[in-house]
Design a protein around this ligand. Structure first.
Ligand SMILES: Nc1ncnc2c1ncn2[C@@H]1O[C@H](COP(=O)(O)OP(=O)(O)OP(=O)(O)O)[C@@H](O)[C@H]1O
Ligand SMILES: [Mg+2]
Length: 277
């Protein structure tokens, strides 16, 4: 049996909330992701999706439980893990090529090697013609592709994507979804993707994992009925709609549960109400 690419067991993460109280973002999260699997994470706002991704990527430490990537305990960022944030976070004063080459520069690769690699990556995401442009001259979708190329620079075996398509219009997003699937096939990576779109989750992933409201934990897993490779026509298929409805039902069930009240949030709401009266 192959060991999982990602293994989380009983993961807990808390934050200090204003006023000295403790906010439990994640509690008791168990999740295993197989090599080459694509998993979509979906859940209400504040259910800890970004926190979970950061814990897997070694950008945040867990307060409890185990976090392993390819059998190693996660202690910090790992070159085997690529991360794409919700905002592309490109350096505006560097051109596109230099942005993509940044991780290679930090890894001490010589200039000819990193530039050749960055050109290859830009070709992979269909942007080689824009290597000399500043990021500000690109559209939002193009910037996200640059961020994706940068995340692939060190040849990660695991890719963590935090709502990378949320800022794109629907048509661009569909094209991006297809591109991501093509890329996934070419690079054979394990992918964990956060999305708010139930259809996108079913279309892209092998299974969709539903998180509860805070504190986030896994409350349902919905397998995708779609085979590989996937085609754009699968997006509108009855099978996709049925699985998306299953995800929706799981989210609907948890909407009825109450999140633990955040004292700071409550105080702000009360203050707002008093102001209004
Ligand atoms: N650095 C931080 N300091 C304090 N609280 C934080 C921090 N990061 C996250 N939180 C809190 O942890 C909870 C989970 O946040 P997180 O960003 O992981 O949720 P999410 O599921 O990604 O939400 P969204 O769908 O809005 O992106 C929230 O209540 C948030 O306020
Ligand atoms: Mg988030």
């Amino acid at each position: 049996m192959t060991s999982p690419a990602i293994r989380l067991a009983g993961v807990r993460r808390t934050f200090e909330a204003p006023g000295g109280s403790t906010l439990i973002a994640l509690d008791g999260v168990d999740l295993e992701v197989a090599p080459n699997e694509v998993v979509a994470l979906i859940g209400p706002n504040g259910s800890g999706k970004s926190t979970l991704l950061r814990v897997i990527g070694g950008l945040l430490t867990a307060d409890g439980g185990t976090v392993e990537v390819e059998g190693r305990a996660v202690t910090g960022p790992d070159p085997a893990v690529g991360f794409v944030f919700q905002e592309p976070r490109l350096l505006p004063w560097r051109d596109v090529l230099a942005n993509v080459a940044l991780p290679l520069e930090l890894a001490g690769k010589p200039r000819p090697e990193r530039e050749a690699r960055a050109h290859d990556l830009l070709r992979l995401v269909g942007l080689d013609g824009f290597a000399a442009e500043r990021p500000t001259r690109l559209s939002g979708g193009m910037r996200q592709r640059v961020a994706l190329a940068r995340a692939l620079a060190l040849g990660p075996s695991i890719l963590l994507l935090d709502e990378p398509f949320s800022a794109l219009d629907e048509l661009t997003r569909e094209r991006f979804d297809i591109e991501l699937l093509n890329l996934w096939q070419k690079t054979s990576t394990t992918v964990v993707l956060v999305t708010h779109s139930m259809t996108e989750a079913v279309f892209l992933a092998d299974r969709t994992v539903v998180l509860s409201p805070r504190p986030g934990r896994v409350v349902a897993t919905v397998p995708s009925p779609l085979g590989r490779p996937r085609r754009l026509a699968d997006l509108g298929s009855a099978a996709t709609a049925a699985a998306a409805a299953e995800v929706r039902a799981a989210l609907g069930d948890i909407r009825a549960m109450s999140a633990d009240p955040d004292p700071a949030e409550l105080a702000a709401v009360r203050a707002g109400t008093e102001d209004a009266t």
